[in-house]
Design a protein around this ligand. Structure first.
Ligand SMILES: Cc1cc2nc3c(=O)[nH]c(=O)nc-3n(C[C@H](O)[C@H](O)[C@H](O)COP(=O)(O)O)c2cc1C
Length: 438
């Protein structure tokens, strides 16, 4: 069977599934049960500096977005870092690490952006036997107003500076956790790399307001009639996170920098996608908060089964395999042609494909043929945009069929696509060498 043992910047774990820093990892009681359930590692809920612990709101701290079946798609939170005393967390971390030497235990840290604060906390954490530290430069609410979290993560110079301090004052591997609340994710990653980080992890949560109560006109979650933006996570953020992971993985300036992928991972397939795009392992929060710790068992079994089926012996056969296939738009092959096909046996004649195509696309799907409701793609009109596939309520009913360039449409006798005899030199190809005008 496939070997899914993970070695991330020298930190070993029996599988690549770590719990991200959040409520599931905020105390020994949780982490012990998470390890029993099979999690390969945890990033402990973010520690702050010694002193009075932070105080959370006493009302609702979550907002949410659901699918039509009430499945949780997006979660928004206004929680701060740990509100337990530092010493209690450190003692529990030490005990848990002793009990579970084969699992990864990472300390997430957020202290004020000055050298003394970082220098003071690092030996305390090191003493617990933790395998590494994760610098929380990502939390977008509450702590950022105090000059920490994403307030640091949005300034590449600060990132580089703090990473340097950490590399100077600890021997533990440093993972820099990035905020997605920034225009170009490559810049903080490059800064962390320049500071000497061993890895980056991403994404932390995205600034968000999930809803507004239309009776009280308060954003939700509402704390006595007022709300504040929170951090968004869960399945809804996965596409954003995947893109950011890929951006860093394919950036020549951070080439080879290990990445821990986070954001909406709910199934083994999500995890495999993150790893294929360059993540060396993954972290999970919302899925564990929604379905419980045992969800990792599905992830482990599913990943192993898929790897066995495909003949991938170890994670190294998967990690980064899709990265070279992420390219800029200008490199896409305009000679590639695919057209929609509707399987008449599966079609329930709801007409959604027709409406979508008629009103907003290319008027390429019939609605009536010979006075009868009939939905069929007119190949010569279809530009292959794929909208009908996405709005169709029946999975597999409409598929995209790749066609060889120049295939003749039976009805019109015309080619279904332009034929570019030699795409690499064709004038429509923006990358083709320019021919000097006569
Ligand atoms: C309630 C809650 C609290 C969180 N607290 C922290 C935290 O203390 N430190 C941190 O680095 N990330 C924190 N996060 C962010 C998660 O670690 C993770 O980056 C984010 O939720 C995206 O992953 P997901 O889509 O699997 O939830 C928190 C997330 C949630 C939902």
């Amino acid at each position: 069977m496939a070997d899914i043992r993970n070695n991330f910047v020298g930190i070993k774990s029996p599988n690549p599934f770590w719990l991200a820093s959040a409520p599931p990892t905020d105390k020994a009681y949780n982490v012990e049960r998470a390890f029993k359930a099979g999690w390969g590692g945890v990033v402990w809920k973010t520690l702050g500096e010694e002193g009075p612990p932070v105080v959370n709101v006493n009302g609702p701290r979550y907002g949410a977005i659901w699918g039509a079946d009430r499945r949780l798609l997006g979660l928004n939170n206004i929680e701060l870092i740990t509100d337990r005393p530092l010493q209690v967390n450190l003692q529990e971390m030490k005990q848990v690490k002793m009990n579970w030497p084969d699992r990864a235990l990472i300390a997430s840290i957020m202290v004020p952006c000055n050298e003394e604060s970082w220098k003071a906390i690092l030996p305390l954490v090191e003493e617990t036997g933790a395998d590494g530290i994760e610098l929380n430069f990502g939390c977008p609410h509450g702590m950022s107003e105090r000059g920490m979290g994403s307030a640091v993560g949005q300034v590449p110079e600060y990132i580089e500076m703090v990473v340097r301090w950490c590399k100077q004052y600890t021997r533990m591997p440093v993972i820099t956790k990035l905020t997605p609340n920034i225009t170009d994710i490559r810049r903080p990653a490059r800064a962390a790399h320049a500071g000497g980080t061993d890895a980056v992890s991403l994404i932390n949560t995205i600034n968000s307001i999930t809803s507004v109560d239309l009776d009280s006109f308060s954003p939700e979650p509402s704390i006595g009639g007022k709300g504040s933006h929170g951090g968004y996570c869960g399945p809804a953020v996965k596409p954003i996170a995947l893109n950011m992971v890929a951006e860093i993985a394919r950036d020549p300036e951070t080439h080879g920098l290990p990445i821990s992928g986070i954001g909406g991972i709910t199934t083994w397939r999500d995890a495999a996608e993150f790893m294929a795009l360059g993540a060396g392992n993954v972290q999970v929060c919302t899925a564990a908060m929604t379905y419980g710790f045992k969800i990792v068992q599905e992830m482990i079994a599913g990943l192993k089964n898929w790897m066995d089926e495909k003949g991938h012996a170890t994670l190294d056969d998967v990690i980064g395999r899709a990265t070279p296939n992420v390219t800029d738009w200008k490199f896409l092959n305009l000679n590639y042609v695919a057209k929609a096909r509707i399987n008449q046996d599966l079609c329930i004649k709801c007409g959604r494909c027709h409406i979508a195509c008629e009103d907003t696309s290319h008027q390429a799907i019939t609605s009536m043929v010979d006075g009868v409701r009939h939905f069929e793609v007119m190949e010569d009109e279809c530009v292959g945009c794929n909208l009908c596939v996405n709005v169709c309520p029946v999975q597999g009913c409409i598929t995209m069929e790749p066609l060889a360039a120049g295939v003749i449409d039976q009805r019109t006798g015309q080619p279904v696509s332009p034929v570019y005899a030699n795409w690499t030199t064709h004038p429509n190809n923006p990358m083709a060498p320019k021919v000097a005008a006569e």
